[in-house]
Design a protein around this ligand. Structure first.
Ligand SMILES: Cc1cc2nc3c(=O)[nH]c(=O)nc-3n(C[C@H](O)[C@H](O)[C@H](O)COP(=O)(O)O)c2cc1C
Length: 184
């Protein structure tokens, strides 16, 4: 069984990115699973807190989940043409302490996807993640793009993706990433 940890970079209850992650999990090929994890309990990074109390439990748990998984799928919004602070804050915490980065991210296959109500489908945010994952030594999957634009019409009120062609794009993206993870 190939295990992918899936994280939404938005903690909003009606998040399009969380909806996209759920579609990706539902479209996962046989013998693979996308385990959806949350960043909602991760506090703002504060070096004083880290020095005094160490790594928060929610961070330690997510680090272990990523370390144990075969790959990581980050479904990210775009804020101000870049990475949302909430998501970057989570990854920053997950990179602490530096001596543990290799265990969590080193050589880890990572795929980035995203959904936005506008016309560009998070392309600038996805690009902005590249140097972050390179810095962490992850193995960023170069094979696919999943850019869901016009998200308000791509998902229905319950967060389902009804359009067969759009859903097929998600299925192909996930299948490509899973094949990449397995082929390494
Ligand atoms: C502070 C802020 C900045 C934003 N900047 C962008 C942007 O640069 N490009 C974009 O496509 N959408 C932008 N948006 C709109 C988001 O794509 C939209 O709120 C989206 O629904 C967020 O993802 P979510 O639905 O997963 O929470 C911005 C939203 C906020 C709150």
């Amino acid at each position: 069984m190939t295990t992918i940890v899936g994280i939404s970079g938005s903690v909003r209850s009606g998040s399009f990115n969380a909806a996209l992650l759920r579609v990706a999990a539902a479209e996962c090929p046989p013998d693979a699973v996308i385990r959806i994890e949350s960043i909602a309990a991760i506090p703002l990074y504060n070096g004083d807190e880290e020095a005094a109390r160490g790594i928060p439990a929610a961070v330690a748990r997510l680090k272990d989940a990523i370390a144990a998984a075969d790959g990581l799928l980050l479904v990210t919004p775009e804020y101000n043409n870049s990475i949302p602070g909430v998501a970057k804050n989570a990854i920053d915490w997950l990179s602490r302490p530096p001596a543990d980065i290799a265990r969590v991210f080193g050589g880890k296959p990572v795929a980035v996807a995203g959904a936005s109500p506008g016309g560009f489908g998070t392309i600038l945010s996805q690009n902005a993640w590249l140097p972050v994952f390179k810095t962490l030594g992850a193995d960023l999957w170069p094979g696919g793009r999943l850019l869901v634009s016009r998200a308000a019409s791509a998902f229905d009120a319950s967060g389902e993706m009804k359009d067969a062609a759009a859903r097929d794009n998600v299925r192909k993206f996930v299948a490509g990433f899973v094949a990449y993870v397995r082929g390494r």
